[in-house]
Design a protein around this ligand. Structure first.
Ligand code: ZN
Ligand code: ZN
Length: 421
């Protein structure tokens, strides 16, 4: 049987699976869970995978779930979905909108919403897993379906890696993942090379010397020092990074002082850095330290600055052969709905998984926006203003064709690597 016939045969079950997939999606959307708290979602994933005949390991890296299906000789494909939601108050007005609150890691009560669309990822991967299991006489090889916690905080994938991922999954040849994006529903977008940025957050504590506001000669003013650093940091991207290399350096937070006539003794800056290339990333991080240390010396700071890195995400750089194979399979299946995905400024921790396993990967986008409203906004040049993006309280992927497309994309991509029977 050729690849297209195999795909058609495996996807023939989608018509029967559709309404239960939609019900499950609405249920998940109404019951979102914060990063590292995905216990109910994980339990439901476990039940379904077991029902489909997968060998299931749960509790990996906290709430992670791995299903393995060995089906004769052939390559093994890993498909990954993330499960967590965000502390966002949903304002979509959908009949299945979330009204859930939860306690976050700081002990605060927060609203919870699937504002990034990870409920789309879980629903479509479960459906694809079921279809591939039901159609296993059509293909040969191995299938690993991985449901990851805590993508939004950047450490869920790493947690699974450290909790024995490689041993649990065994031999894997390629890893694949997708994300619902503010593109027209029905569209699938692949991109070779860099696709998502690396993100680094840095907290810098600057030490000054406090004094009366009327006696600056007795002080090392941390407000002036911090201000000099903020201005000087603007030259890191504009003067030290090639204009062909996209990068962002934002000082998102600055705190110092308590009163107009008191010179405080410290300032804390929080920076966010986005890059698409490891060398550029290392260069920028080194330049920040160089500038900050030198400015502290220039101000005669009484102690050296302290640096703390947090919320770090790796770059996502798609492998060329893997992406080519998936893009060709998408073109065959989706026709002109298969597009090239523009470079995305967001970040993901998916690549920690293939990196740890030493296997190539590709990560693609699927659209989630009603195609008619997208076209109307595009015609008026108002996509940026009118189309809610991921993490917005208004982010509301349309059920269809989003869910069908996400399921088809996973099945089509997996079968591009599995051996046809
Ligand atoms: Zn997100
Ligand atoms: Zn996301």
């Amino acid at each position: 049987m050729n690849a297209a016939a195999t795909t058609t045969a495996v996807l023939s079950g989608l018509d029967r699976a559709r309404s239960s997939m939609e019900d499950f999606y609405r249920h998940l959307h109404q019951h979102p869970e914060l990063s590292h708290q995905e216990t109910t979602t994980a339990a439901e994933v476990v039940d379904r995978l077991k029902g489909d005949g997968y060998d299931v390991t749960s509790g990996v890296g906290g709430t992670g779930v791995i299903g393995v299906l060995r089906n004769g000789d052939g390559p093994t494909v890993l498909l990954r979905a993330d499960m967590d939601a965000l502390p966002v108050q949903e304002e979509t007005g959908l009949p299945y909108a979330s009204t859930i609150t939860a306690t976050d890691s700081q002990g605060a009560t927060v609203p919870v919403m699937h504002a990034c669309g990870h409920d789309v990822h879980v629903s479509t991967l479960l459906t694809a897993a079921a279809l591939l299991a039901a159609g296993q006489d059509r293909w040969q090889g191995g299938l690993v379906v991985l449901f990851q916690p805590a993508e939004e905080v950047g450490d869920g994938a790493q947690g699974m890696v450290q909790d024995g991922l490689a041993t649990i999954v065994g031999k894997v040849d390629v890893a694949l993942a997708q994300h619902v994006l503010p593109l027209p529903a029905g569209v699938v977008g692949t991109r070779n090379g860099a696709v998502l940025s690396a993100a680094d957050s840095m907290r810098i504590t600057l030490h000054g010397r406090g004094a009366h506001g009327s006696m600056p000669q007795a002080a090392v003013d941390p407000v002036v020092l911090a201000s000099m650093i903020v201005v000087r940091l603007q030259t890191v991207i504009s003067r030290e990074v090639a204009p062909t290399e996209p990068a962002v350096l934002t000082v998102g937070s600055i705190h110092s002082g308590s009163k107009s006539n008191v010179i405080g003794d410290q300032a804390v800056l929080e920076l966010n850095i986005r890059t698409y290339d490891e060398q550029t990333r290392a260069g920028i991080l080194a330049a920040i330290r160089r500038v900050v240390v030198a400015e502290c010396e220039a101000s005669a700071a009484p102690a050296p600055p302290e640096f703390e890195m947090f919320d770090r995400f790796p770059t996502t750089t798609n492998d060329s052969d893997t992406t080519g194979k998936v893009a060709a399979a998408f073109s065959d299946h989706f026709g002109d709905r298969a597009i090239e995905l523009p470079l995305q400024s967001a970040s993901e921790d998916f690549s920690d998984i293939p990196t740890a396993l030493g296997v190539p990967y590709t990560y693609w986008g699927i659209g989630g926006i009603d195609p008619t409203s997208y076209r109307t906004a595009a015609a008026a040049g108002r996509v940026a203003q009118d189309i809610p993006v991921n993490h917005s309280p208004h982010f509301a992927p349309v059920l269809q064709p989003t869910l069908d497309t996400g399921t088809q994309a996973l099945v089509v991509a997996a079968l591009a690597f599995l051996s046809a029977n």
